[in-house]
Ligand binder design. Structure first.
Ligand code: FAD
Ligand code: NAD
Length: 405
């Protein structure tokens, strides 16, 4: 009898949780499991702000997929998925091959949401993967080095668009990195300008106001200037244009603009004609795509409603990992003829936002934390993600052990 074929697209948090749980529970005769990923490595998306600022090396944020996947049970394909044909039940890959599936798990992560703002695609960086993180780090260093030659002040201006969690975590890293860069390139600290532009009336909209005040005060002490209630309207070769009052605009000259103002689903969702909202699939309670009984969508490509407030849960690694585990268990149930579980229930353990590697803010199990304690917790959360996927060996190799800094 032909074995059922499970294809998992993406080896991020959701995809690797699915595959590592499947390989634990299924024998090699139970199913063909195929994992497709653009690179032969996984990266910790949640650490990319560190690699972007240059406080962590790009190599430290990634590991070989081969280290966590059992090759006797999982066929790993290094390729880029282009499109899913949900009728023919195939996935088109960039190198020309077509993969057929009986069950498909889409776990391809998100893409920057630019809301159609002009120039962002061309003139702004985004913290999206290892390649863009390297680009940001190298670009900032190049600007510091070139300033010593042409003295153009805008070379030392960095604009961060958005004071959501990504923007704030990146600013925290910059706050620690810039003094190092100033020392390395013989530049006075006062010459460097870091401006964070946030459209909402507060940084970290929706988060605890006391913790937000803690974070912004700390970052201001590290010379970050906040422009709250100010929307970016355009990015240009010279910097950005922001809204000022009702009809006026203002230009902020900056050689580095990092857009950190939100994510949408992977473009493949739209390309494949799957019902979506900003590239994210509003999944059924069991995480299947509407009307597609053999397609599961998890992580940043999915949209799950928090019934308590009737709003989507923010896309996070925490929810992606829980969804991966849920889908793996349900696929095992399906293959074993058992009744699958109908409802995915998100177990929200809280949120911790780093402010550099020595400070943080958070709400964990309903309790507020700040400072060294919060920073300790953030590193433990980072280590836990490694442990959940690669056990002790991976945690020992890639984990964060400067816990009490
Ligand atoms: P990802 O983990 O992003 O993985 C997607 C994978 O798919 C990648 O390996 C990618 O290479 C691959 N891929 C993409 N397109 C293709 C293609 N076409 N073909 C083949 N492969 C492809 N969340 C938290 O819970 N806690 C945090 O502290 C936190 N910090 C964050 C910090 C930063 C700087 C950022 C940017 C995000 C952070 N998040 C955090 C959010 C979290 O990282 C995402 O929600 C999470 O990574 C989503 O997981 P995923 O499995 O959907 O996708
Ligand atoms: P976000 O959507 O959470 O925040 C984006 C911010 O950009 C918002 O504050 C928004 O008001 C602002 N913005 C939007 N348009 C703007 C404009 N034109 N000009 C200026 N500001 C504008 O996005 P994010 O910070 O990229 O986070 C993405 C996801 O990743 C979220 O779900 C977040 O919870 C998660 N994340 C979590 C952590 C953590 O738990 N520590 C860290 C990073 C990201």
């Amino acid at each position: 009898m032909r074995k059922p074929k499970i294809v998992v697209l993406g080896a991020g948090y959701g995809g690797l949780m699915t595959v590592t749980r499947l390989q634990k529970q299924l024998g090699s005769n139970d199913a063909d499991i195929v994992l497709v990923n653009r690179n032969d490595y996984h990266y910790e998306t949640t650490w990319l702000h560190e690699a972007s600022a240059g406080t962590l090396s790009p190599d430290q944020v990634r590991y070989d997929i081969a280290n966590v996947v059992d090759r006797s049970k999982v066929n790993f394909v290094k390729d880029t998925a282009l499109k899913v044909d949900t009728e023919a039940k195939t996935v088109q890959l960039e190198k020309g091959n077509e993969l057929s599936y009986d069950y498909l798990v889409i776990a391809l992560g998100g893409a920057p949401e630019t809301f159609g703002i002009q120039g962002l695609d061309k003139y702004a960086f985004s913290i999206t993967n290892v390649d863009t993180a390297r680009q940001i780090r190298e670009h900032i260093e190049y600007q510091f080095a070139t300033y010593k030659i042409d003295q153009k002040p805008e070379r030392l201006t960095i604009v961060v668009g958005g004071a959501g969690f990504t923007g704030i975590e990146f600013l925290g890293e910059l706050g620690n990195r810039i003094p190092e860069l100033c020392k390395e390139y013989d530049i006075e600290k006062d010459m460097v300008k870091v401006v964070c532009v946030e459209a909402a009336p507060t940084a970290l909209p929706g988060f605890d106001p006391e913790l937000v005040a803690y974070a912004t005060a700390l970052l201001e002490r590290k010379n970050v200037e906040f422009r709250i209630g100010t929307a970016i309207k355009e990015a240009t070769p010279e910097g950005i244009v922001v809204a000022k009052g009702e009809d006026e605009t203002e230009e902020i000259k900056a050689s580095t603009v990092v857009w950190a103002a939100g994510v949408r689903g992977n473009p493949i969702i739209v390309e494949s004609g799957i019902e979506n909202m900003r590239g994210r699939v509003k999944v059924e309670p069991d995480l299947r795509a509407p009307g597609l009984s053999d397609v599961f969508v998890i992580g940043d490509c999915s949209l799950v409603i928090n019934e308590e407030i009737n709003r989507p849960y923010p896309p996070t690694a925490q929810i992606a990992m829980q969804q991966g585990e849920f889908v793996a268990n349900n696929l095992v149930n399906l293959l074993n003829g058992k009744t699958p579980v109908n409802n995915f229930i998100f177990d929200n353990k809280g949120t911790v936002c780093s402010l550099g590697d020595d400070d943080a803010i958070g709400v964990v199990f309903g309790k507020k934390v700040t400072g060294t304690k919060a920073s300790f917790m953030k590193k433990m959360i980072d280590n836990r993600a490694l442990y959940m996927i690669g056990g002790v060996p991976l945690t020992m190799k890639k984990g964060k052990f400067n816990l009490l800094k």
